[in-house]
Design a protein around this ligand. Structure first.
Ligand code: 13P
Length: 336
């Protein structure tokens, strides 16, 4: 696979005014989301819900791609169209979550490392055949008393780099996601420092593993005060701190950065992205790869009437995609 093809895919993922919808919740995670609104976690409910999301009319106006889960990339619409084909027909790039989740990092209490490297080359080969052109691997960095440790940060960076190199070998654009978790009472300065060290370690590892940055997308967490920190930050403070941290650590050759929402409210996730783009020009396109901040309104509506509320739920998905697409251009305006 040529670097040109990887770069072309990466650039299409962050095309102006477009971003990614993350619908790659594992069966365990979607179980939690469904339980929150009283939906039974069956395979058919998961399939029907992903069909609702992916068949949202005109979703491709603002969505360049979607991240799917292993089960989802093998599923089809009720009329028998595989989701990956449906997406390609609608101009959206299929992506796939390939990590196997987080596990306690031995020797480092309270910290986790993401697993899933064993057998990854063969899985990527199969996912490519199923239509995937980008992948996602999420590392989790927790902030707390005496954590994160350098061992945790470097172990996760090493795994991300090995994953990214394997993806590129198989013609798949790696989305590298080191998520600094917002739970906790830490302040925004602590989040800044942890995010900075995490990104420095990540880009050093990517370099050591000969990962071509031109064919790589960073999925970043924003620099935020912990969710229970007494001193919360303004939209402008979050945007400025996040930009400062990214500019200090992320090479300009990267084709783009997308953000996760991480538990922020829908409105906060959009407002922060919008503010960062208004503060531009920036070295890279800044867009979104939101899960909860794209879906939560739709899931709630759908749960109230699985057969009758499909169109209403899709309307909220479209509205969230449009708001975030505008925020990716710095053109979003909060409702009066
Ligand atoms: P959230 O936007 O809900 O954080 O999910 C994005 C994601 O894909 C995390 O890996």
């Amino acid at each position: 696979m040529s670097i040109e093809q990887l770069a072309e895919t990466a650039l299409a993922m962050v095309a102006p005014g477009k971003g990614i919808i993350a619908i790659d919740e594992s069966n365990a995670t979607i179980a939690k989301r469904f339980a929150g609104v009283g939906i039974e976690n069956t395979e058919e409910h998961r399939r029907a819900y992903r069909e609702l999301l992916l068949t949202t009319p005109k979703l491709g106006d603002y969505i360049s791609g979607a991240i799917l889960y292993d089960e989802t990339i093998r599923q089809s619409t009720k009329d028998g169209v595989p989701f990956a084909r449906l997406m390609a027909e609608r101009g959206m790039i299929p992506g796939i979550k390939v990590d196997k989740g987080t596990f306690p990092l031995a020797g480092c209490p309270g910290e986790v490392v993401t697993e899933g490297l064993d057998g990854l080359r063969a899985r990527l080969e199969e996912y490519y055949k199923l239509g995937a052109r980008f992948a996602k691997w999420r590392a989790v960095i927790n902030i707390g008393d005496d954590i994160p440790s350098g061992t945790c940060i470097d172990s996760n960076a090493h795994a991300l780099a090995r994953y990214a190199a394997l993806c590129q070998e198989q013609g798949i654009v790696p989305m590298v996601e080191p998520e600094v978790i917002m739970d906790g009472s830490h302040d925004i300065e602590t989040c800044f420092e942890v995010t900075e060290v995490t990104l420095r370690s990540l880009f050093a590892s990517l370099y050591e593993h000969s990962v071509m940055l031109e064919g790589t997308i960073l999925k970043a967490s924003m620099v935020l005060p912990g969710s229970t920190c007494a001193e919360q930050a303004t939209v402008e403070e979050v945007a400025a701190a996040t930009l400062q941290c990214l500019k200090a650590t992320v090479p300009a050759t990267l084709p783009g950065i997308v953000f996760l929402s991480g538990g922020q409210s829908d409105e906060a996730a959009t407002a922060h992205l919008n503010a960062m783009n208004q503060m531009g020009p920036n070295p890279w396109p800044l867009s979104f790869s939101y899960g909860r901040a794209m879906q939560s309104a739709a899931l709630k509506l759908w749960s109230q009437d699985l057969a009758g509320n499909v169109a209403a739920a899709q309307a909220t998905v479209y509205a969230r995609a449009r708001d975030n697409g505008l925020a990716a251009l710095g053109q979003w305006q909060a409702a009066a």
